[in-house]
Design a protein. Structure first.
Length: 257
């Protein structure tokens, strides 16, 4: 995942605050059925003022039925990277930490996609919103800095491109050609070493993992999704500290306190 070579906007990094499952298309149908049944019963009573039989539900009942037909937004969170090449694997490391520590509603899918490239098309087509966690370079920030990026922040035709074989922007463009247009957002971690064939992150990038986890949960919270700690695991104390002290800033003037 790449950014413009001059993209060193200080608004992007996290800032410190003072101390202080598988996806499923969920659709509630029961409410609609009850509403229609109640309207029919009311209309059958003489003098009830209900609508005559056959005309369907009243306005209030219809609105309840329509609301029940709205499925939750399908959200997919992808950890991208190659753990065999030092800091290039940080996206995978972050998503593994999220999956090991937290549970989410059924409409949220978390996946370690490695370097799947164009084979991710089906995954992206099935989503309404995609959150990508990946290594980035050329941000102008020190190694281990966590940044939030929109698709517009990614350079389509720059020398700096994805640390993997195929740029994620190219994959998104291929998805659009199929007629699907999921909204997307990116959490990037500035790398230090992306050349060595070696398992394990550099110390600076490893230290940024808790902040990146906090950034993932913050973006999901903005979409109305609350994570809950897994009953069979205890979140890393560093992650809990990051959740308490850091918040990614989604827009407007940003910077460190």
């Amino acid at each position: 995942m790449g950014v413009h070579p001059h993209h060193d906007d200080p608004r992007l990094p996290l800032r410190r605050r003072g101390r202080g499952g598988a996806a499923s298309h969920v659709r509630r149908q029961g409410d609609a059925a009850v509403s229609e049944h109640q309207v029919g019963t009311q209309a059958s009573r003489p003098g009830s003022g209900g609508r005559p039989p056959g005309l369907g539900p009243t306005g209030n009942a219809r609105r309840r039925a329509d609301a029940a037909d709205v499925a939750p937004e399908r959200i997919t969170v992808l950890g991208i990277g190659n753990p065999l090449v030092r800091d290039e694997g940080v996206g995978v490391r972050v998503i593994e930490e999220v999956m090991a520590s937290f549970d989410f509603p059924a409409n949220v899918t978390l996946m370690d996609t490695g370097t799947m490239g164009m084979s991710m098309l089906g995954i992206l087509r099935a989503a309404d919103f995609v959150l990508v966690v990946d290594a980035v370079d050329g941000t102008g920030h020190p190694p281990g800095t966590v940044v939030r990026l929109d698709a517009a922040d990614l350079a389509d035709n720059q020398v700096l491109h994805s640390l993997h074989d195929i740029r994620f922007t190219d994959v998104l463009e291929a998805v659009r050609l199929t007629g699907a247009e999921p909204a997307s957002h990116f959490i990037g971690i500035q790398v230090k070493d992306m050349g060595a064939v070696e398992i394990g992150l550099t110390p600076e990038v490893e230290a940024a993992v808790p902040d990146a986890v906090a950034a993932v949960l913050a973006v999901l919270r903005e979409r109305g999704i609350e994570a809950s700690p897994r009953a069979d695991a205890t979140p890393d104390a560093r992650v809990l500290e990051a959740l308490r002290l850091f918040t990614p800033m989604p827009g407007g003037p940003q910077g460190s306190d």
